[in-house]
Design a binder for this molecule. Structure first.
Ligand SMILES: [Zn+2]
Length: 330
């Protein structure tokens, strides 16, 4: 039953939404916003966030040949046919090193939403620290006990499957937790595994200097994506405001330009609140991007503070073209 329910829901959604969306698209041509995180080649990519440079180049060329490409922050009201916007989240160094040359080569613009707390620290994002500890280490103790008043429990970690289960559980906990909780739990995991928090180059975030180089390109717009990459719905309104204004101020100081757009960390409907949406408007952002569990097209009647996006995987261009046709109507 469990396996059938999501499939059935998807089928129902396609059956109902597709004809409705086709009609709406006739009334107002949609903008489909694509979401990327990384352009690089990885041996292990459990979150499936990386698109290989070859696939990314072919995807950009396909867009260039087939669609008008708009920028996320622009006013889309005048679009006369279905258009596409490209966005990146987080601020990985490969955005500058591997994605930008391809955007320049194909003449495609993109908006990069940057989580500022990791910029310039040489550190990795927390989910990669977890991967190193739990999925890449050869020998680990046979069980792990998380010491936490509310979430404390013990996991068996004797087999690869159990380690993967622990990884999944901890990711879920960390998605829901605060930055301070995350640091505490990471420290416990490091102590348990006997690992260090040494950054591994491949997963690092950009330095400030690299971010400046990225922002200098005429193809690039920079947006904010909080400081600590914490789920906003788990924060107080004041803490949410702090995440928004501090990340924007840091970016404005580093880059000497005005930052007008924002994307919610994770960005599913339950990961930000109506207060987050009001705050976005209140602190002066003109648009905000949601995430991939929030499919749909942007129309002139879409809430500018909840623009839906579609996550792009490491698809060869034929599969990308098929997915894109679906994005235009699903
Ligand atoms: Zn993010």
């Amino acid at each position: 039953m469990k396996a059938i329910a999501p499939t059935f829901r998807r089928a129902l959604r396609t059956a109902v939404c597709t004809p409705v969306n086709r009609l709406l698209n006739l009334v107002d041509p949609p903008v489909v916003v694509l979401l990327y995180h990384r352009v690089t080649t990885l041996i292990s990519d459990p979150e499936m966030l990386a698109v290989s440079p070859d696939n990314f180049r072919a995807q950009m060329q396909h867009l260039k040949d087939n669609f008008p490409i708009v920028r996320f922050e622009e006013d889309w009201a005048k679009a006369s046919k279905p258009a596409v916007a490209i966005t990146f989240d987080d601020g990985y160094a490969d955005n500058l090193l591997e994605a930008l040359p391809i955007l320049e080569e194909t003449g495609v613009p993109a908006t990069f939403f940057i989580s500022t707390g990791t910029i310039g620290t040489g550190a990795e994002f927390w989910w990669h620290e977890l991967e190193h500890i739990l999925l890449e280490k050869q020998s680990l103790p046979s069980s792990f006990t998380l010491s936490d008043k509310r979430y404390g429990r013990t996991w068996s970690t004797a087999t690869d499957r159990e380690r993967q289960e622990l990884y999944n559980s901890i990711v879920r906990l960390m998605n829901a937790g605060t930055a301070a909780q995350r640091d505490l739990w990471l420290m416990q995991l490091h102590r348990w595994a006997g690992t260090e928090t040494t950054p591994v180059n491949i997963h690092r975030a950009m330095t400030v200097e690299e971010l400046r180089l990225l922002a200098e390109s005429s193809r690039v717009t920079i947006g904010a994506h909080t400081v600590t990459h914490t789920r906003l719905s788990s924060l107080t309104v004041e803490a949410q405001r702090e995440e928004m204004t501090t990340s924007r101020q840091q970016l404005e100081t580093w880059l000497g330009q005005k930052i007008t757009v924002f994307s919610y960390p994770f960005g599913r409907r339950d990961e930000y609140t109506k207060e987050s949406i009001a705050l976005c408007r209140d602190v002066g952002f003109v648009k905000a991007a949601a995430n991939f569990n929030f499919p749909g097209q942007a129309h002139r009647w879409t809430d500018p503070y909840q623009i839906p996006r579609h996550l792009v995987r490491n698809w060869p261009v034929e599969m990308f073209a098929t997915q894109l046709r679906g994005f235009l109507t699903r």
